[in-house]
Design a protein around this ligand. Structure first.
Ligand code: GAR
Length: 209
């Protein structure tokens, strides 16, 4: 099966959704290693409690981004991962790293990209007055939260939403969306063509809402 290296920085609820999808037979994959740049990340405990190997690679221990990314690369390769899955990994990766794992590096971001890349997407969505918000799974390129879109899930913005209430409803969609997108990859259903993702020939497959 697809061998995943997951990169995390925090809570790890998306990692948990992936672990649960594998356990539940909805995702045919295995997680070879979970790597965190933050030693105290709750995501590491989630992995350890499942017997998944973990590794802490602290960005502060390295003189620059290149050296940090070189160590990430070494860990990923040591665990023979096919796919690098960013799950709440809050460090920007160098162009060298992104190119090395081109087509094998995916991310989830809590907005309907290309709207609201980067930090505080929920707050900025409310400020912009959008009526629809959501989450995006995408291949990673050199731009922050950029790259070809694999799958999206949308939710309505409610009149009394706060960044926090919005985040809760988007997160529920993330937990559904990420395992689904990874399963598409696992099944070999995705193709990159002219910088866009085709899923089994269809550009925009219907989402099971
Ligand atoms: C998730 O909402 C994820 O989409 C977001 O961080 C959160 C991590 O939560 N990622 C980004 O903002 C990437 N730019 P988790 O640790 O519980 O999965």
């Amino acid at each position: 099966p697809l061998r995943i290296a997951a990169l995390v920085s925090g809570r790890g609820s998306n990692l948990q959704a992936i672990i649960d999808a594998i356990a539940g037979g909805r995702l045919s994959a295995e997680i070879g290693v979970v790597i965190s740049n933050v030693a105290s990340a709750a995501a590491l405990q989630r992995a350890e409690s499942q017997g998944i190997p973990t590794q802490v690679v602290r960005n502060r221990d390295f003189p620059d981004r290149e050296a940090f990314d070189a160590e990430l690369t070494r860990c990923i390769d040591a665990h023979e991962a096919d796919l690098v899955v960013l799950a709440g990994f809050m460090r920007l990766l160098t162009p060298g790293f992104v190119q090395r794992f081109s087509g094998r590096l995916v991310n989830i971001h809590p907005s309907l990209l290309p709207a609201f890349p980067g930090l505080r997407p929920h707050e900025r969505a409310l400020e912009a007055g959008v009526r629809i918000h959501g989450a995006t799974v995408h291949f990673v390129n050199e731009e922050t939260d950029g790259g070809p879109i694999i799958a999206q899930a949308a939710i309505p913005v409610l009149a009394d939403d706060t960044p926090e209430t919005l985040a809760v409803r988007v997160l529920a969609q993330e937990h559904r969306l990420y395992p689904m997108a990874l399963q598409w990859i696992s099944e070999g259903r995705l193709r990159l063509e002219n910088g866009r993702v085709l899923v089994n020939g269809a550009e925009s497959p219907p989402l099971p809402m």
